[in-house]
Design a protein around this ligand. Structure first.
Ligand SMILES: [Zn+2]
Length: 215
């Protein structure tokens, strides 16, 4: 099941979302036309492999699992359908990303750490959760250069090559949103330029150990 179960455990360990909110999914490793997603309304500590649900990318029909899928299954399905490179999707109601989504303030590149995810995290206009309209708005805003968006008055969505990758992006955006929020209390934001962020992306290529030592 790839990295989905470890992300589910990380979300509860990190207290990364409010209450029962949020959901996570991963494209199936053997059948790329399907994906596994967390169930609807089950507390994070109670979600194990038996509670996960497998849905078809084409129409969301349920292929495996007894529980009902997350109410945001359309959001996940549409992202997998429109972006074949996406391997994992994570949606959270994390504190600072949600605060900025309510204030209609995009997450800016106030720290270089966000460079891998996006140069700015914009806000998709408010629509009811779980709807086809929300799914298509998010899928249209996401690209390989734009791996996260805020949902107005709602929360955060990030994507990646795996669920672990998408969760890492969520954490980077949430942390940057927190830094931005606090910086706005004491002064004016200095936002990094495209050239500065491009230099960071180049430097990231040499970050860490050679691939044989990485995760
Ligand atoms: Zn939500």
């Amino acid at each position: 099941m790839g990295t989905l179960q470890s992300v589910i455990e990380a979300i509860q360990r990190d207290d990364a979302t409010f209450g029962l909110s949020g959901n996570a999914s991963e494209r199936d490793g053997d059948d790329a036309s399907s994906f596994w997603i967390t169930p609807s309304g089950v507390p994070w500590p109670e979600i194990g492999p038996q509670q996960l649900v497998r849905l078809a990318v084409t129409d969301g029909s349920q292929l495996e699992g007894a529980l009902r899928p997350s109410t945001e299954w359309r959001l996940h399905r549409t992202l997998y359908e429109r972006h074949p490179w996406i391997g994992g999707v994570v949606h959270l109601h994390s504190l600072y990303a949600t605060i900025l989504s309510v204030a209609q303030i995009p997450v800016r590149a106030v720290h270089y750490q966000m460079a891998r995810v996006a140069e700015e995290v914009p806000i998709v206009p408010y629509v009811t959760f779980g709807t086809e309209k929300l799914a298509s708005q998010v899928a249209a805003a996401i690209s390989q250069e734009q791996q996260a968006v805020l949902l107005a008055n709602h929360g955060l969505v990030a994507v990646g090559l795996s669920t672990a990758d998408a969760y890492r992006a969520c954490r980077e955006v949430e942390w940057t949103a927190m830094i931005q929020y606090h910086a706005m209390q004491v002064g004016t934001l200095n936002v990094l330029t495209h050239a500065e962020l491009e230099a960071v992306r180049q430097a990231f290529k040499d970050y860490g150990q050679p691939s044989s030592h990485s995760d």
